[in-house]
Design a binder for this molecule. Structure first.
Ligand code: SF4
Length: 405
């Protein structure tokens, strides 16, 4: 099915035209647009005042962007993340929203056929296509450890990347080396930006990244030929502007000093904070805590009880060991910054009980004396020489039996 979709991909066709031609229902497209609104609201200039119908109307007119997708040193997890969407129509729909001209793992052809397909796609769309790169690029020994049709990845990337309108590095490996660059880094693996210079490059790190971030970037580019605002690591701000810890559902436990000490312990079963298990959330910028994967609530590492490994952060991912805690840059470590919610309770000694008893007794005695003094003043007010009570005041003289006789 996917092969036929790729093979039949027609360029310069709007998304609406494509959906109509492939028999994709309007309803499926609206569901897709609703998800996109949650996932990439800034990248597509989608505001909270818009309805899915408005987004669908705008997106429908967009000409599908031509994509050439290259794989280098990778595990294909980023592609899997794009395809393994929970809604039955989404895999198809994604491939109908973009025009995938070349993708090694989704196409039927191989060997010479695949090589010809790549050459043709590059020639046909030169200067207009977006190059998506998955996987790192080995530099050691002139890049001989990764070849595509006999050419080192270094050479292929420089050649095809030079003809692309924009380049997206998808996943942590393509963004800055990822797992292949972990110590001892046998191939001297690097990311796209270390090889291609003078190009507009967007890094979408993650292992895997959220597919809606990629779609947000590609659709924004297709709509108005611009790329989203990016941070100093070339990540789109709409998806990487906050750290995981900021909106983590376990944050209250962090603040309270409730930490999992061991997998399977009571705290783990209760959903306590995973910081002491090596969670890198406080030092990792990504939207995982608010934009879950595959539209299923709680489907993300911390949601299922595993610590964040910091896969979107260059200085953390695959560099800081999993069991090590990260430094808290913007927040102090509990419980130094917060009073613990649970305090240790002791027993009260008999001496303390006695002293409290004496204190309470003294207070009660003082209260009694004060009340008597107050009553005395009231008594004095009705004494001879004082003002007579007014009529109807309910004085004792009015109510005494025989007083009116
Ligand atoms: S340390 Fe990790 S698990 Fe704990 S609150 Fe922060 S992000 Fe969540």
């Amino acid at each position: 099915m996917l092969n036929s979709l790729v093979a039949s991909a027609k360029t310069l066709e709007s998304i609406d035209e494509r959906l109509l031609r492939c028999g994709i229902s309007r309803r499926s497209f609206l569901v897709f647009c609703s998800t996109l609104m949650i996932a990439a609201p800034y990248g597509l200039a989608i505001t909270d005042k818009m309805r899915p119908e408005d987004v669908a109307a705008g997106l429908g007119r967009v000409v599908r962007p031509s994509i050439i997708w290259l794989h280098f040193q990778d595990c294909t997890g980023c592609t899997e993340s794009l395809l393994q969407t929970s809604h039955p129509d989404f895999g198809d729909l994604i491939l109908n929203v973009i025009s995938l001209e070349y993708h090694e793992t989704l196409m039927a052809g191989s060997g010479l056929q695949a090589r010809q397909a790549l050459d043709e796609a590059v020639q046909k769309h030169a200067g207009n296509f977006v190059l998506v790169v998955e996987g790192s690029i080995p530099r050691k020994d002139q890049g001989i450890y990764m070849k595509l049709a006999g050419r080192p990845a270094l050479e292929v990337l420089a050649d095809i990347g030079g003809k692309a309108a924009a380049v997206v590095a998808i996943g942590s490996c393509a963004s800055w080396g990822g797992i292949p660059s972990a110590d001892p880094d046998p191939t001297e693996a690097v990311g796209v930006a270390d090889v291609l210079t003078g190009k507009a490059i967007v890094n979408i790190p993650g292992c895997p990244p959220n597919p809606y971030t990629l779609l947000g970037v590609l659709l924004q580019y297709a709509a108005d030929k611009t790329l989203p605002e990016m941070d100093d690591q070339h990540r789109p701000k709409f998806a990487f502007d906050r750290d995981i810890h900021e909106h983590c559902p376990r944050r209250a436990h962090f603040d309270a000093g409730n930490f999992v000490k061991q997998y399977g312990d009571e705290g783990h079963r209760e959903g306590w904070c995973l910081y002491e298990m090596g969670c890198k959330g406080p030092d990792t910028h990504a939207g995982c805590s608010t934009r879950h994967f595959n539209e299923i609530p709680d489907v993300w590492p911390i949601g299922i009880g595993a610590p964040c490994i910091g896969c979107t952060e260059k200085s953390v991912a695959f560099k800081v060991p999993m069991f090590e805690v990260v430094k808290l840059h913007t927040i102090a470590a509990p419980p130094t910054s917060y009073a613990p919610i649970t305090t240790t309770r002791g027993t009260i000694s008999p001496l303390a009980t006695g002293l409290v008893g004496i204190g309470v007794g003294a207070l009660a005695g003082a209260g009694y004396v004060a009340s008597r003094k107050f009553s005395k003043v009231e008594d004095d007010e009705s004494a001879p020489g004082s003002e007579p009570p007014t009529s109807g005041s309910g004085s004792d003289s009015d109510t005494k039996p025989g007083a009116s006789a």
